[in-house]
Design a protein around this ligand. Sequence first.
Ligand code: G3H
Ligand code: 13P
Ligand code: ZN
Length: 310
Amino acid sequence: MPLVNSRGLFERAARGGYAIGGFNVNNMEILQGIVEAADEKRSPIILQVSAGARRYARQEYLVHLVQAAVESSSIPIVLHLDHGEDFEICQACIDGGFSSVMIDGSRLPFEENLAMTRRVVEYAHPRGVTVEAELGRLAGIEDDVSVASRDATFTDPDEAAEFVERSGCDSLAVAIGTSHGAYKFKGEPRLDFERLERIAAKLPPDYPLVLHGASSVLEDLVEICNRYGAEIPGARGVPEDMIAQARRLGVRKVNIDTDLRLAFTGAVRRVFAEKPGDFDPRKYLGPAREAVKGVVLRKLDVLGSLGQAD
Ligand code: G3H
Ligand code: 13P
Ligand code: ZN
């Protein structure tokens, strides 16, 4: 099956009430772990490449690795740019074979974000490429944060409706209390689901919403890392039941990177600790690939996308 853009996947996900995993790819083992899991469970997936991944592995290598995954699997796969910060990086990815891009102007004033997003949409759509945009700033809900400052940071439902209509973007990343990385909440995890409902209600029916910073920072993964010498104290993510709740309220793409990193790192650390005589990279990258596969299997279940590739 050739690479697809996200449009048809989101339409089907809305009909089926599930979400698609947006998994970050940085090297071959991560890619293989994700795709093996998704292929085995017949789940459509979005493979996403950040600017950092492009710098690390080079765009051409990642595109060709993903192409190999497309040829050797039979599930719908989207190749997506994660957090493109300007028009130029989106253009380079579209020209380089991506089927979807994110233009992230969330740091900019509303009208500037809108204008940049519109420009990317005008370049992407005639080329069959879908566009994700972002409105609002990702930040955790802390107990001492006032409603006023939450309003200033999180996605405003009326602005979201205007932004989608005027920009023509195909999906929108919203800020409702998640943040990137392994330290998402100081106290109890909380998301502004009431706001998510209001956003969905203002948008066209079944409009696809995206949740960034959605790793659960699974305790068992952190524990393995720490047991074998890592120092990741007090890490906390989005509980799995909150991910399920988000998808019930219209989230169709759930971004996961940190959980893959934790799984990968824990597996490598374990081999280093238990088999100090091993120095063949395949001896630790192989278990790391298996660990990525294991965590993706778990994610696909939470997202409800098992069996949805057929
Ligand atoms: O958005 C954050 C993703 O985890 C990508 O992270 O920019 O370090 O590749 P990165
Ligand atoms: P996590 O750091 O929660 O995995 O979020 C990843 C992400 O949003 C990538 O865009
Ligand atoms: Zn993100």
